[in-house]
Write a protein that binds this ligand. Sequence first.
Ligand code: NAD
Length: 279
Amino acid sequence: MSYNLLKGKKGIIFGALNEMSIAWKVAELAVEEGAEIVLTNTPVSIRMGTIDELAKKCNAEVIPADATNPKDLDELFTKSMEVLGGRVDFVLHSIGMSPNVRKGHSYDDLNYEYLKKTLDVSATSFHKVLQSAKKLDAINEWGSVVALSYAAAQRTMYEYNDMADAKAMLESIARSFGYIYGREKRVRVNTISQSPTMTTAGSGVKGFDSLIDFSERMSPLGNADAQECANFCITLFSDLTKKVTMQNLFHDGGFSSMGMSFRAMHQYNKSFKLCDDCE
Ligand SMILES: NC(=O)c1ccc[n+]([C@@H]2O[C@H](COP(=O)([O-])OP(=O)(O)OC[C@H]3O[C@@H](n4cnc5c(N)ncnc54)[C@H](O)[C@@H]3O)[C@@H](O)[C@H]2O)c1
């Protein structure tokens, strides 16, 4: 059922790789709720993934951009305003990647060139998107920018590696830029801290199945899935949340407020035998 929450609004959605992507669900729902959108991803992800299928479904143009490249971002905002016929009202930053995770470097054996890439792709790119949008005055007053984060920004999660540092920085950028963009242009900037979700980026994390199972057992409402994350994003793009800014909003079924749940305790009690190398 559509509520027409985004009727007449225009937006740019970063990060739809395939139909498992959180950005894919956000794009579909934004259009269902009345928005016109532009989709973007890196040229290689456009080739490897299935974004063209989504574009057809959403009647949207795909404009390639590497979110770490300010020139690409300037071109993206300029072209999007041409295609959509004016400034945009919302932007979704749904981007993450760690070469250290991909290549199996543990957190106490980081490759620092890879770390730079992790931070650039997964965090600084958010600053670059905001800076380019502001410079080109590409977002309407009361517009909304959302990036996707994860609870490892606050708490150590085994094997989340240098992505934890990237997410902490991402959330900080939302506050620092949110202050300036809010004060000068009334644009709001937030991050959503989403439950672990089975996507291409998510499943790259070692032990991801166990992480999903653990947080499912810990959360009173269970994990939030990609479709539910899309629902939440749409509320933040809508006019119903105009005074919400500079926040990291947990969308995790209650996980972030839990210490121990009955379901997790029950599972844990099944075996107290420690594995040899567990510390
Ligand atoms: N899946 C999860 O468990 C989970 C949980 C919390 C937060 N998140 C966050 O959600 C966001 C979306 O991830 P997802 O789970 O949908 O996975 P995904 O793999 O579908 O999306 C990640 C996207 O980032 C894009 N990307 C990578 N480098 C880029 C660059 N230089 N420029 C532009 N785009 C680039 C990829 O092409 C891909 O489309 C990420 O920020 C991720 O960290 C995911």
